[in-house]
Design a protein around this ligand. Structure first.
Ligand code: SIN
Ligand code: MN
Length: 209
């Protein structure tokens, strides 16, 4: 996957934002790879442990996938339908290497799809058991209004529109910072023919027994 590796990130509330990191051909390539994942491990509309359906649909690739159901949030080695998660696509892994420079590869590639009206409330990524590695987040398709806070719930937040091809890194002070997506501009990008936004997050997950 081709990427602009010379562009420096901007820092917003400790989050590193690489605007326009993926050019259009790299975005199309990533999308194809993600479609292959979703063909094997279909996107689902998860429910929370409170029985509420999330507005995003999601699936995963990698050794572990992130799921939410009546038992709560966690990582599992199988899709809720029973199949193993597909491998993390090669282009997505090379983006992880370009951005982080790490030898250690992510265990989970969580793929979120935001259709019209979908959003994601403020939350921390804190189910991984090891917070010493960054979380890398890739935006594809429609614009999304990304809200970034600190490590305390209810603290001050800043917002930024993420566009297709942007990459955000949550590391250091931002690794456990609250974040969420208030809304998308449905139909603002032509990357997905039927509209919508895809966000991919790459995470290292500790083995928790
Ligand atoms: C997430 O926090 O899992 C998704 C963030 C985003 O959609 O940009
Ligand atoms: Mn998150």
């Amino acid at each position: 996957m081709r990427a602009e590796i010379l562009r420096l990130p901007i820092k917003v509330a400790g989050f590193e934002v690489f605007k326009g990191h993926l050019d259009v051909s790299a975005q199309v390539e990533a999308l194809e790879e993600l479609r292959d994942v979703a063909r094997i491990a279909p996107m689902r509309h998860p429910i929370t442990r409170f029985g509420k359906q999330m507005s995003v649909r999601m699936t995963s690739a990698g050794r572990l996938g992130w799921i939410s159901d009546a038992r709560g949030y966690r990582y599992e080695s199988r899709h809720p339908d029973g199949m193993a998660w597909p491998a993390i696509p090669a282009g997505i892994l090379s983006l992880w290497r370009d951005i982080t420079g790490l030898e250690r590869l992510p265990d989970c590639c969580l793929i979120n799809f935001y259709g019209e009206g979908a959003r994601m409330g403020l939350h921390q990524d804190n189910d991984e058991g090891d917070f010493s590695y960054p979380v890398v987040s890739i935006s594809l398709g429609d614009d999304g209004l990304f809200r970034m806070g600190g490590t305390e719930r209810g603290g001050k937040t800043q917002s930024l529109w993420l566009n297709s091809g942007d990459v955000v890194v949550m590391d250091g002070e931002a690794r456990l910072a609250y974040h969420g997506v208030d809304r998308i501009r449905f139909g603002s990008s032509s990357l997905l023919p039927d509209g919508g936004r895809i966000n991919v997050t790459l995470r290292v997950v500790a083995d928790l027994d």
